[in-house]
Design a protein around this ligand. Structure first.
Ligand code: MN
Length: 291
């Protein structure tokens, strides 16, 4: 049975994160479906292609804390440099993915990579906040820097494109990222006319970001570039057909059925935990990172 489309959302008005990321927040705010609708995914900021002129001062977001969840950053165009207080740093180049577990708490900063900033160019990226279950919210910070060539690729039958399995599993092929709860994160890439069909559990919250091209969903509904497709939790099967060459980011996961109290850069389960997070941040328990 098909997983039916609940709604196809056009990108909400963009805002700038720091001075470097021009993003459309599809959720929790943009689609206006409440903070649990896409659980375990809590936030989706989509940076549609945006041109940044050359500069010697890389744009971005300065030092800030996170606790209680994971940030997943995918670069489609442009490159992002990252440093955190756990001592991890790296550059997310086109096609790469950074999976950072903030857990008990990190400070980090996210800037355009120096050479990209100097040359200027188009930036296109996704940042997801993936919630952690209560029992893992205070896990040690962790960092998975995933380069494009290491992401497992599933080829759909009869040359109908492929899926890069960042996390989860497709027809027995396991993704590269380790996750705390069951979820799938795939980049589906195909050419005009390619049709790919796949199954996801009907209990999983599921959405697709149309990164490139226009796509026909389930043979009948047209989804345009930069739109977000929200699926009902009914059937299991989804098909994507390219009306152009296309890239679709598929996100689907088992909901974490726990009360959430999000506030600023923290996603916790109670108000007391939020107050504690601010207290720990102020007293230096998140470590040290130079701006
Ligand atoms: Mn951040």
């Amino acid at each position: 049975m098909q997983k039916t489309v609940q709604h196809i959302f056009s990108p909400p008005p963009a805002h700038t994160v720091g001075d470097g990321f021009h993003v459309h927040n599809f959720f929790p705010s943009g689609i206006n479906q409440g903070i649990y609708r896409m659980s375990p995914f809590f936030l989706l900021d989509y940076g549609a292609p945006h041109f940044f002129p050359p500069t010697d001062e890389p744009r971005g977001v300065g030092v800030h804390p996170h606790r209680g969840f994971e940030t997943v950053t995918i670069a489609y165009k442009g490159s992002v440099a990252h440093h955190d207080s756990a001592g991890n740093s790296g550059v997310i180049y086109e096609g790469d993915v950074q999976w950072m577990t903030a857990g008990s708490g990190v400070l980090h900063k996210e800037y355009h990579e120096e050479n990209f900033a100097k040359k200027g160019g188009s930036m296109q990226m996704v940042q997801l906040w993936v919630n952690l279950p209560a029992k893992d919210k205070m896990t040690n910070p962790k960092y998975q820097g995933i380069v494009h060539k290491d992401i497992p690729v599933y080829n759909f039958p009869d040359n109908n494109g492929y899926a890069e399995i960042i996390a989860g599993e497709l027809n027995g092929l396991r993704g590269i990222a380790s996750t705390f709860t069951p979820l799938n994160l795939w980049n589906c890439k195909g050419k005009k006319g390619d049709t790919m069909t796949f199954q996801l559990p009907n209990t999983y919250n599921t959405g697709i970001v149309i990164i490139e091209g226009n796509v026909l969903i389930n043979g009948s509904q047209k989804a345009e570039t930069n739109h977000f497709v929200l699926f009902n939790n009914d059937g299991e099967e989804i098909s994507l057909q390219g009306e152009d060459d296309f890239i679709c980011l598929v996100l689907s996961g088992e909901p974490i059925n726990e009360t959430l109290v999000p506030y600023g850069p923290f996603v916790m389960n109670t108000k007391e935990q939020i107050i504690q997070a601010y207290e720990d941040f102020r007293s230096g328990k998140f470590g040290v990172l130079e701006d």
